[in-house]
Design a protein around this ligand. Structure first.
Ligand code: TRP
Ligand code: SF4
Length: 328
C-alpha cells in the first residue's frame, strides 16, 4: 500500500472537468492507498496575491466539492496546506539546496510567465513554486502523486531535489515520488474550448439545476446543422459528446437517431441533455448542501485532517532538521 499525495489550488468552483479528471481518479485511489488530499492555498496565493479576498471561501468550497464527489474523510486525509506550517519551513530548507537554474529552466514557469496576463508573476515565490510543491510531497514521504500532464515537470524537479538531498546528507529519507498521470478529461466547455473557469465555459459542480439547463442550452452544436430538417453530425457535436459521457448508451443512441435523421432539433436535444445532466449531478448537489448547512461538520473534518497531516509533517521535519544540525 503506497502513500499518495495530491493537491489542487483553490481558485474557484470545481467543474465537470475536475470531476471526470482528477476527482474520479482520487476516489478510486483512496480505496487502495493511504491518501493525503491537500488544498494548496499557498500555491493559489502565489498567483492571486494581489487579490486574496476569496481565498478562504474558495478553499472551503473546494473541500465541499471533494466531499460531495465521494472523497471520504474516513479513508483519506483532507487538509489545508497553510494550516500546517511545516510546508513553508521545509520549502525554505529545500530552497537552500535547489539550484536557481533548475527553477529558471522549468517549462511550466516559462509558459505561465508568457501566458498569464494581467498579473505580475515575476516574484521570488512564484519562481519557487515547485520547491513548495516538493515540500508538500516530501513531508508525507508520498511515493505516488496523481497529477495532470502540466505538473510532470514539477514532479521531476521533486525527484531531482530528493537525489540532491540524498547526495548532500548521505541519507535516504525520502522516496523518489512517482507521477500517476491523470488523463486529462475529454470534456470540452460549452464553447468547445477546454473547460476552464477563466474561459467562462464551465459547468460547475455547485451549479443549480436552472443554471445547468441554461448553460447546456447555450452550448455550441454541429455548425453545419442550420435547420431542424438538416441532418446533423453527432461526431462533430459537443452536445453529443456529453451524451456519451453522462447518458446511458440507449439514450445516446436515441440522440444520435434524432440528429442524424433530423427527427429533433438541437434545442430539444439540448433540453433533454440539460435535464439529464441536472439529474446526474443531483446527488452531488444534495451532498454539497449537507456540508453547506453544517459548518461544524466541515470544520471537524478539516480539524481531523489537520491533526493527522500535522503529525506526519512534524515527524519528517524533525528528521530533516536533525540531519542539518539545526536541532540535536
Ligand atoms: N501545482 C498543483 C496544480 O496546480 C497543485 C499542487 C500543489 C500539487 N502541491 C501539490 C499537486 C503536490 C500534487 C502534489 O495542479
Ligand atoms: Fe448536436 Fe443534438 Fe443538435 Fe445533433 S441534434 S447537432 S447531437 S445538439
Amino acid at each position: 500500500m503506497g502513500r499518495v499525495l495530491s493537491g489542487m489550488r483553490p481558485t474557484g468552483p470545481l467543474h465537470l472537468g475536475h470531476l471526470l479528471g482528477a476527482l474520479d481518479n482520487w476516489k478510486a485511489l483512496q480505496e487502495a492507498h493511504e491518501c493525503f488530499f491537500m488544498v494548496a492555498d499557498l500555491h493559489a496565493l502565489m498567483g492571486e496575491y494581489e487579490n486574496p479576498a476569496q481565498l478562504r471561501s474558495f478553499s472551503r468550497q473546494m473541500v465541499i466539492d471533494w466531499l460531495a464527489c465521494g472523497i471520504d474523510p474516513k479513508q483519506s486525509t483532507l487538509f489545508i496546506q497553510s494550516e500546517i506550517p511545516e510546508h513553508a519551513e521545509l520549502a525554505l530548507i529545500l530552497g537552500m539546496l535547489t539550484p536557481l537554474g533548475w527553477l529558471e529552466r522549468n517549462p511550466t514557469y516559462k509558459d505561465q510567465l508568457r501566458e498569464i496576463e494581467g498579473r505580475d508573476l515575476t516574484t521570488y515565490a512564484f519562481l519557487g513554486y515547485p520547491v513548495l510543491q516538493a515540500a508538500d510531497i516530501l513531508l508525507y514521504k508520498a511515493d505516488r502523486v496523481p497529477v495532470g500532464e502540466d505538473q510532470l515537470a514539477h514532479l521531476e524537479l521533486t525527484r531531482e531535489i530528493v537525489r540532491r538531498f540524498k547526495f548532500l546528507y548521505k541519507k535516504d529519507i525520502f522516496p523518489e515520488p512517482e507521477a500517476l498521470l491523470t488523463k486529462s478529461s475529454r470534456i470540452l466547455g460549452t464553447d468547445r474550448r477546454k473547460m476552464s473557469k477563466s474561459y467562462g465555459n464551465a459547468i460547475n459542480l455547485s451549479d443549480d439545476e436552472e443554471t445547468i439547463r441554461k448553460k447546456v442550452q447555450s452550448m455550441i452544436t454541429d455548425p453545419r446543422r442550420l435547420k431542424v430538417s438538416d441532418p446533423g453530425h453527432p461526431a462533430d457535436c459537443n452536445v453529443f459528446s456529453y451524451y456519451g459521457l453522462f447518458a446511458e448508451a440507449a439514450k445516446a443512441a436515441e440522440a444520435r437517431d434524432w440528429c442524424e435523421n433530423a427527427k429533433k432539433g438541437c434545442t430539444d436535444c439540448k433540453r433533454e441533455l440539460g435535464g439529464l445532466l441536472a439529474e446526474k449531478l443531483r446527488p452531488i448537489r444534495e451532498k454539497r448542501k449537507i456540508y453547506e448547512n453544517d459548518e461544524k461538520l466541515l470544520e471537524s473534518i478539516l480539524a481531523e485532517g489537520q491533526a493527522r497531516a500535522s503529525a506526519v509533517a512534524r515527524r519528517t521535519l524533525q528528521e530533516v532538521k536533525k540531519l542539518l544540525h539545526l536541532i540535536p
